[in-house]
Design a protein around this ligand. Structure first.
Ligand SMILES: Nc1ncnc2c1ncn2[C@@H]1O[C@H](COP(=O)(O)OP(=O)(O)O)[C@@H](O)[C@H]1O
Ligand SMILES: [Mg+2]
Length: 227
């Protein structure tokens, strides 16, 4: 469970400072599917980076499973990320020279699992996203939707409890986008918490709860009645 209280994030550049997050508070229960919307620059990615422990708040606190992680050092944060969180990005972030299988296996190197075990987990994850017959393809031999599925496989191979997806359909056409969203929905049905950033209304509607951000603040937090 995620509990963020009065978190602010200030970026200082020379004489200028910019408040990317302004006293944001949010509570996210295990198994939720949340969509975060808001104009470009409203602080969505900053919030995701903080939730994902890729960045730390300037002020406020963050409890992850009831532990105050503002006191964690970088090793503890990395361990928490590895065990709990999978990331999916707009531009897939796959390594071009590696096959789908190698891309999915790579982050498991830090898990302490045996090579055989890592390979099995990666193949299982690729099967789960429907890419069993593409495991030896490199990213440039795959379509955009297939590349995003590889990146979802990479996110789930380490069996995380949470997936953070920052505009995962931003580079995809609408048919491919709905295929990706169906995969995320299936993962959510398996109790994985999904936190999704999107600026597309129809994509946001996959979430059970929709949050709207503006100027570094949450201006709306509502249940999606359609879902
Ligand atoms: N590393 C950074 N350094 C300075 N300013 C940043 C940095 N990252 C984001 N910002 C600024 O913080 C604000 C929020 O950015 P961001 O969270 O990326 O918004 P969104 O994802 O909603 O488009 C923007 O004004 C952006 O320019
Ligand atoms: Mg962003």
């Amino acid at each position: 469970m995620i509990e963020i209280n009065d978190v602010s994030k200030e970026y200082i550049m020379g004489d200028n400072s910019l408040l990317a997050l302004n006293k944001v508070s949010i509570k996210i229960d295990n198994g939720e599917f949340i969509s975060i919307m808001g104009a470009s620059g409203s602080g969505k990615s900053t919030l995701m980076n903080i939730i994902g422990c890729l960045d730390i708040p300037s002020s406020g606190n963050y409890n992850f499973n009831k532990k105050d992680i503002s006191k964690f050092n970088s090793n503890q944060l990395a361990e928490l990320r590895n065990n709990e969180i999978g990331f999916v990005f707009q531009n897939f972030n796959l390594l071009p020279r590696l096959s789908a299988l190698e891309n999915v296996t790579l982050p498991l190197m830090y898990s302490g699992k045996s090579p055989k075990n890592r390979n099995d987990l990666a193949i299982k994850a690729l099967e789960e996203v429907g890419l069993k017959d593409r495991i030896h393809h490199r990213p440039n031999q795959l379509s955009g939707g297939q590349q995003q599925r590889v990146s979802i496989a990479r996110a789930i191979a380490g069996t995380p409890n949470i997936i953070l997806a920052d505009e995962p359909t931003g580079a995809l056409d609408s048919k491919t986008s709905s295929e990706i969203m169906k995969i995320l929905k299936l993962l959510n049905n398996k109790k994985i918490t999904i936190i999704l950033v999107t600026h597309e209304q129809d994509i946001a509607l996959y979430g059970e709860r929709i949050i709207n951000m503006k100027d570094g603040m949450i201006i709306e937090d509502k249940k999606n009645v359609i879902n």
